[in-house]
Ligand binder design. Sequence first.
Ligand code: NDP
Length: 260
Amino acid sequence: EHRVKELGRLKLTLISAAERMVMSRLAVVCGGSRGIGEAVARLLAERGCRVAVVSRNQEAAEAAVAALHGADHRAFSCDVSKEHQVQETFETIQKTCGDIAYLVNAAGINRDALLLRTKPEEMVAALHTNLLGPMLTCRAALRSMLRGPGAAIVNIGSVVGLKGNSGQCAYGASKAGLEGFTRSLAKEVASRNIRVNLLAPGFIHTDMTTGLNEEAKARSIPLGRFGTPEEVATGVLFLLDSSYLTGQVLVVDGGLQLAM
Ligand code: NDP
């Protein structure tokens, strides 16, 4: 009787393993309602992933999901800087969508001003969204990732985090911190076949850059123009798809950092 029960359990394990292999992989894209994150969500859906789009604005997340190729995508409203919301959202994602194979942290805000004019609460907001946010989402996704055969995380940093920029002290600090976090987490989880990389964009056409003088800024970019969210998404897909890259920084900036 004991053997029959054991065989039954083995059969169930094999069936669920086979089911997991044929099901498309689940990607969570934080900040997937607009800009770079939206382009990432679109590309991953086109490549057959099921996508969970996370942003504070539920309607915007739902609109982004409605525009995705294929079915089985879901929208979640969550402020990534709030530990309780992140924990609850990721638990719901795992319960309703299954284990997470990919996590892309594209949620971000800029609080640009000279340091003397930056209020402490604006510093806190930038650090909480851009640095604490990805730390919380990675932490919330890891248990689920550990159950799978392998997983990958891409954090969206910035050339400002690598090179610095006047008027972006809070933002630059948050993005430099994100690079340190990425490298440390990469070391921590490599033995479990979870890869963690950072993609650092330059100037990209999104809501975040609409107020900028594009013509003047473009003169400082060797390729002479801003990038598109789709061009960044291609880089994210490359990092997710690779199998032997971890703890790395991929700069997608039209050569901007060469000139900084
Ligand atoms: P957008 O402003 O176009 O989009 C930001 C996205 O993040 C939205 O989906 C927004 O949705 C979401 N978001 C913001 N704050 C939170 C939060 N607290 N919790 C959950 N979601 C949040 O920005 P971009 O697409 O331009 O930027 C994406 C990432 O790329 C950011 O990390 C940014 O710093 C980085 N980056 C961008 C560059 C550029 O030139 N555009 C250059 C270098 C880096 P909602 O408001 O509904 O929450």
